[in-house]
Design a protein around this ligand. Structure first.
Ligand code: CMP
Length: 224
């Protein structure tokens, strides 16, 4: 991948939109574009950090696990999201693992390039802070969900969070395996299956082709 191609990719990243040509050029010199297949661990919890990653296409999950191997999914990242900034900023080990859910394209930016860019650009510092604040807001909502909602409410919350508006309807477009939902809400896969069946029988959700799911408006009653 040439320097010119790296620059072209970096220019399209919202996080870097405040950087001038010279800064993009410096960053591109310390960047690599990479593709990983589904199921690949990009960063591992507890390991030292070398790079910041920007997701150009595809989806990846942010996950932590305990000493017995039990896993919790903290977030699912999509195109334009960045990760790996936490340990670059505080020099602590990686706070979580990031694993691809499908084939993904990334830009990886070397630690030194990222840090020197933060020193040079107040706008970029603000953009990183904005991304981290958005994550804190999402984490706050997740704590509220886990503390206050029953398992039906938790499943409803995940389905609503992953849904998009399509022709005036709310649709979960990407297949969401029950095991993945279970890891997001601290429940067993069997429990999630029972809840999903119940939601379907009662007409809150309607399965569609290719694993898509139509959500009826009344599903919001579980989270209010
Ligand atoms: P770092 O700790 O370097 O490596 C793991 C990365 O996962 C972390 O940086 C963040 O970029 C990302 N991450 C950690 N916690 C969350 C979260 N709650 N939501 C979204 N991303 C997260």
């Amino acid at each position: 991948m040439s320097l010119e191609q790296n620059k072209a990719f970096l220019r399209r990243v919202p996080l870097l939109s405040s950087l001038n040509d010279q800064q993009i050029e410096a960053l591109a010199a310390g960047s690599t574009r990479r593709n990983f297949p589904k199921g690949r661990t990009i960063v591992s919890e507890g390991e030292p950090s070398q790079s910041l990653y920007i997701l150009l296409s595809g989806r990846a999950k942010v996950q932590r696990s305990d000493s017995e191997g039990k896993e919790v999914i903290l977030a699912v990242l999509g195109s334009g999201d960045f990760f790996g900034e936490m340990s670059l900023i505080d020099d602590a080990p990686r706070s979580a693992s990031v694993i691809t859910l499908e084939s993904c394209d990334f830009m990886s930016i070397a630690k030194d390039s990222f840090k020197s860019m933060l020193m040079q650009s107040n706008e970029m510092c603000l953009a990183v802070m904005k991304g981290m604040v958005a994550r804190l807001r999402e984490a706050d909502q997740k704590i509220e969900t886990l503390a206050l909602l029953d398992v039906y409410g938790r499943v409803a919350r995940v389905l609503l969070d992953f849904s998009e508006h399509v022709d005036g309807e709310r649709v979960v477009k990407h297949k969401l395996p029950r095991q993945e939902i279970a890891k997001m809400i601290g429940a067993s896969r069997e429990m999630v299956s029972r809840v999903m069946k119940g939601l379907e029988i009662d007409g809150f959700i309607v399965p569609m082709p290719e694993g898509r799911l139509l959500l009826r408006e009344k599903i919001s009653s579980y989270i209010s």
